[in-house]
Ligand binder design. Structure first.
Ligand SMILES: Nc1ncnc2c1ncn2[C@@H]1O[C@H](COP(=O)(O)OP(=O)(O)O)[C@@H](O)[C@H]1O
Ligand SMILES: [Mg+2]
Length: 228
């Protein structure tokens, strides 16, 4: 059992819409290894977000197995599932899910605060992470006073501070212009050097080109391309 990978076996996901069963993911098999950036591509509605939610353990598959760093995730208790998420997984959503009533630095500190770390030292650490994404001058801004690119960088800093091995990003540059997209991409490339698994659902060609390889979903089936 590989302790450095996410192993996906015979993974299927159906949704029922108006009594019609929609088979979104059909018998997917693949591994994701640490130290790689993988682009997840596919037309809108092909199941990218569905797959990210399953890998983040936020939803359950209809069938199949996801094994995270050697730990099976099916039939586990809620506690165990929360523990796996807390220890290993960060997800960045397209609309970045920042808490609107909290400043940039508080948003970034949140993963530490909910782990019961001391408030002041959490804020200090959050400041240093915001500096890493060049937002040292925006610490006390609220999300509504930040540009889309800045908000997305706050979300990235928040995913960095928990220092999880798995970073799942759902169209992180979907709302950004080219300049901001390139900036966000450069931070993902840095994460790769930290031996993480970075899986990015994206339509952005630059990201797909710079990724180590691409997983493409179409008609419920997944294919690997330009695999290195
Ligand atoms: N909670 C849900 N209930 C019913 N159908 C859903 C649900 N979530 C996603 N779907 C359907 O699954 C398909 C894949 O959606 P999604 O994973 O969001 O695609 P993508 O992220 O690639 O655009 C779509 O047809 C969508 O309507
Ligand atoms: Mg989506």
């Amino acid at each position: 059992m590989n302790k450095n990978s996410i192993k996906v076996e015979k993974l299927s996901k159906n949704f029922v819409n108006n009594k019609v069963v929609v088979n979104v993911l059909n018998n997917l098999n693949f591994n994701l290894e640490t130290g790689k950036i993988i682009a997840l591509v596919g037309p809108s509605g092909s199941g990218k977000s569905t797959l990210l939610h399953l890998l983040a353990l936020l939803d359950k598959p209809t069938d199949g197995k996801i094994t995270i760093f050697g730990e099976p995730t099916q039939n586990i208790t809620e506690n165990k599932r929360n523990q796996l998420i807390r220890n290993h997984i960060s997800i960045i959503f397209q609309n970045n899910n920042l808490l609107l009533d909290f400043t940039a630095v508080e948003n970034v500190a949140m993963p530490l605060i909910i782990r019961n770390k001391n408030y002041n030292s959490s804020i200090k650490e959050a400041e240093s992470y915001l500096k890493k994404v060049n937002l040292g001058h925006r610490l006390d801004h609220f999300p509504s006073d930040l540009s889309g690119g800045e908000q997305q960088r706050v979300a990235i800093a928040r995913s960095l501070i928990s220092d999880t091995k798995i970073i799942l990003a759902d169209e992180p540059t979907g709302n950004l212009d080219n300049k901001n997209s390139s900036e966000v991409l450069s931070y993902f490339l840095k994460l790769k050097q930290k031996n993480k698994i970075v899986l990015i659902a994206t339509h952005n060609r630059e990201i797909a080109k710079k990724a180590d390889y691409t997983l493409s979903i179409r008609d419920g089936i997944i294919k690997t391309s330009n695999g290195k």
